[in-house]
Design a protein around this ligand. Structure first.
Ligand SMILES: [Zn+2]
Ligand SMILES: [Zn+2]
Length: 581
C-alpha cells in the first residue's frame, strides 16, 4: 500500500464529493502532499459567466463533504485509467475552464484520465485500484484556504480544501493531536503576545524585526557564539550586505541560485547584488594575503545577514523569511587537518544544541550527486573523513546517497523539538567549487603552492529560524539563562517600594535581568500577568520579607516555593545560570 497513492486518490474522491454537493463547481488541481492532499475548486458563485448564488466554503462545510466521501468510498468504486486524444479530452472537460487550460499546456497529442464512479479527472496517476482499499478512519478534512490558480496572484482565487491521511487510524490521531499542540505553541502567536519580534507588511513580507525582549535573547545567543568560537581559534569578520555582481558571477552563485537572488542594484555604472551568502567575502579575505601551511587552519566566523528570495506563499513567521542572519563560518585547512576540524565541528555543534535544550537529533550524510565540482579524489577523501568522524564519535546517521550539493559532501544535523518535529540546524559542507574559482592557495612545507580544503559550516543555521524553533520548543517559557525578563519583583504596598528597589539593584549587580512591578494593581493580578508572560521567578516583598532581608519566591510552573534570604536566592539562580537550566 502506497500512502501517496491513497492521498492522491482521496483528493479525487473529495473532488467527486464536492461535485455532487455543488454541481457546477470548476476544478483546479488536486495533488498528494506531505501528510495528506488538497484540491482547488472554484465554487459556482465564484466562476465567471456561471450564475449561482452559493457562497464560498468554510470549515463548517467540511463534515458534510467528508460524509459524502465516505459514502463514495463504501461503494468500492474502481479507478479506471484511459489514454485519450486531446480532442476527446476537450470534449469531456468542456465546462472545466482550468482543465482546458491544463490540456492545452500538456505536451503530446494524448492525455490520461482517471475515472472513479461518475467522476473523471485529467490525471497522470498513479492511483489505488479501488476506493475499497481506503480505511474510513484514516483520513480527515482539516481546513480551507484561498489559493490563486497556478499560485499567481493575477489569476482568480480558488477555494482549497486540505485533508490529511495516514496508513493507520493511530497515525492520524497522533498527527491531529500534534497539530493541536503545535497550534498552542505557534511562534507567530507567542512572538506577538510575548513581544519578541515583529512582522509588519509595511516593513515588508518575510523581514522580521527583533523587539527588545527578542533582542535580549539574540544577544545572549550571539555572546555565547562569540565567546565559544573565539576560544576555539575562530577569527571574526564583518562583511557588507551588497557586493559587486561580478563577485557573484565568479563564485557561481549568480548561475546556480538565480531563482533565490534579488535583482541587482545599479550603483554608478556597476551592478551590485544583495548578498545571498557570505562565502565569497570570506574567500576574498583569505586571498588578501599569502598563506602558509603554518597559518592553517584558518577559521573565519561571521554573523552574516543574507537575503534570499522566497515566494510569498511559503513565508512563515520566523522559520521561512527573506532576510536572515546565519551563524556562518568557513574553515580553510590542509588535508591532514580535515578530520580534526570536522570532529571539533560536530562535537561542538551537538554540545551547543544541547545547551539550548535540544537533546535529540537526526544526522544525515549527503554524498556526491551526478554533476559535481572538483575531483573525484577530493570528494572521496572528504566523504571518508565525514564518515570517519561520525564513526569515531559513535553517532548514528542516515546516508542520503547522491543527495549532496554539487560543490561537496555534507553533514546535516536536524534537531527534534519537544513535539518530535525535525528542524534543519547544523550543516557542515565541503566546498570544491570556490577554492577552484578563486584560486585559493597556501604554501606547503616544501615551498610549493597547494590548494586548501574549504568547509562551510553553520551551527544554528539561521538565527531567526532557530529563535522560532526555540519559542515553539519552550512554548515561550525560556530557560532561566535565556529568559528576557528573568525576575519580577512585586512590592505588596507603597511602603515596600524602597526595599523592592534595593532587591532589584542587588540582583542587577549580580547580572540578572529584573523588573519592579509597582503599578497600582493587586498583587494577585500582577502574579497572573507574570505567569502569562512566562517570567521564571516572581518575588513578592512585604513587611515580613523586608524585616528578614528575604524574598517570597514564586517559581514558574511550581508556584510559591516559600520565603528565602535574598542571598540564598541569588546563590540558587547563579547555579541555574551555570547549569543553563
Ligand atoms: Zn489526480
Ligand atoms: Zn559558505
Amino acid at each position: 500500500m502506497n500512502i501517496n497513492n491513497i492521498r492522491h486518490s482521496l483528493a479525487h474522491i473529495m473532488a467527486a464529493a464536492v461535485k455532487e454537493l455543488y454541481p457546477g463547481v470548476k476544478f483546479g488541481v488536486g495533488p498528494a502532499i506531505e501528510n495528506g492532499f488538497y484540491y482547488d475548486f472554484a465554487l459556482p458563485s465564484e466562476v465567471p459567466l456561471v450564475s449561482g448564488t452559493k457562497k464560498g466554503l468554510s470549515l463548517a462545510d467540511l463534515p458534510k463533504i467528508e460524509k459524502k466521501m465516505k459514502e463514495l468510498i463504501k461503494k468500492d468504486l474502481k479507478f479506471v485509467k484511459k489514454e485519450i486524444s486531446k480532442k476527446e479530452a476537450k470534449k469531456i472537460f468542456k465546462d472545466q475552464l482550468y482543465k482546458l487550460e491544463l490540456i492545452k499546456k500538456l505536451p503530446g497529442k494524448t492525455v490520461t484520465t482517471y475515472q472513479n464512479g461518475e467522476f473523471v479527472d485529467l490525471c497522470r496517476g498513479p492511483h489505488i485500484k479501488s476506493t475499497g482499499e481506503i480505511n474510513l478512519q484514516t483520513f480527515k478534512l482539516t481546513k480551507t484556504a484561498g489559493a490563486y490558480w497556478k499560485g499567481d496572484e493575477k489569476n482568480p482565487m480558488l477555494t482549497r480544501i486540505y485533508g490529511v491521511a495516514f496508513e493507520t487510524r493511530q497515525e492520524l490521531e497522533k498527527y491531529l493531536k500534534t497539530q493541536i499542540e503545535a497550534e498552542k505553541r505557534d511562534h507567530r502567536k507567542l512572538g506577538q503576545r510575548l513581544e519578541l519580534f515583529l512582522l509588519d507588511e509595511e516593513i515588508g513580507a518575510g523581514l522580521p524585526v527583533w523587539l527588545p525582549k527578542g533582542a535580549v535573547i539574540r544577544k545572549i545567543i550571539e555572546d555565547e557564539l562569540y565567546q565559544k568560537l573565539s576560544s576555539q581559534g575562530y577569527q571574526w569578520l564583518y562583511t557588507p550586505h551588497i557586493g559587486n555582481l561580478n563577485l557573484w558571477k565568479k563564485s557561481g552563485h549568480w548561475d546556480f541560485y538565480k531563482e533565490n537572488l534579488y535583482s541587482p542594484i545599479k550603483i554608478d555604472e556597476e551592478q551590485y547584488l544583495l548578498k545571498p551568502m557570505n562565502c565569497p567575502f570570506h574567500v576574498k579575505v583569505y586571498n588578501s594575503k599569502i598563506r602558509s601551511y603554518k597559518n592553517l587552519p584558518i577559521k573565519f566566523a561571521e554573523l552574516g545577514t543574507v537575503y534570499r528570495y522566497e515566494k510569498s506563499g511559503v513565508l512563515h513567521g520566523l522559520t521561512r523569511v527573506r532576510g536572515f542572519t546565519q551563524d556562518d563560518a568557513h574553515i580553510i585547512c590542509t588535508s591532514e587537518q580535515m578530520a580534526k576540524e570536522v570532529e571539533e565541528l560536530v562535537r561542538y555543534g551537538l554540545n551547543m544544541l544541547k545547551d539550548f535544550g535540544f537533546k535529540e537529533y537526526n544526522i544525515y550524510l549527503s554524498t556526491r550527486p551526478e554533476k559535481y565540482a572538483g575531483t573525484l579524489k577530493g570528494w572521496e577523501k572528504a566523504t571518508k573523513t565525514l564518515k570517519y568522524v561520525l564513526g569515531k564519535l559513535k553517532l548514528k546517521y542516515k546516508i542520503d546517497a547522491g543527495g549532496g550539493v554539487f560543490y561537496g559532501p555534507k553533514i546535516d544535523i536536524k534537531i527534534k523539538d519537544s513535539l518530535g518535529r525535525e528542524w534543519q540546524c547544523t550543516t557542515i559542507q565541503f566546498d570544491f567549487n570556490l577554492p577552484d574559482r578563486f584560486e585559493m592557495k597556501y604554501i606547503d612545507k616544501k615551498g610549493k603552492k597547494q590548494k586548501p580544503y574549504m568547509i562551510h559550516r553553520a551551527l544554528l543555521g539561521s538565527l531567526e529560524r532557530f529563535f522560532g524553533v526555540l519559542i515553539e520548543h519552550y512554548i515561550g517559557a525560556f530557560p532561566f539563562w535565556l529568559a528576557p525578563e528573568q525576575i519580577w519583583i512585586i512590592p505588596v504596598g507603597s511602603g515596600h517600594k524602597k526595599y523592592a528597589k534595593q532587591t532589584s539593584s542587588q540582583l542587577a549587580k549580580n547580572g540578572f535581568r529584573c523588573e519592579i512591578k509597582d503599578e497600582n494593581e493587586t498583587v494577585s493580578k500582577k502574579i497572573r500577568e507574570g505567569e502569562l508572560q512566562k517570567i521564571p521567578y516572581i518575588l513578592v516583598v512585604g513587611d515580613k520579607e523586608m524585616a528578614k532581608k528575604s524574598v517570597r519566591v514564586r517559581e514558574r510552573g511550581k508556584g510559591d516555593i516559600g520565603m528565602m534570604k535574598l542571598e540564598r536566592f541569588i546563590d540558587k539562580i547563579k547555579k541555574e545560570i551555570e547549569e543553563k537550566k
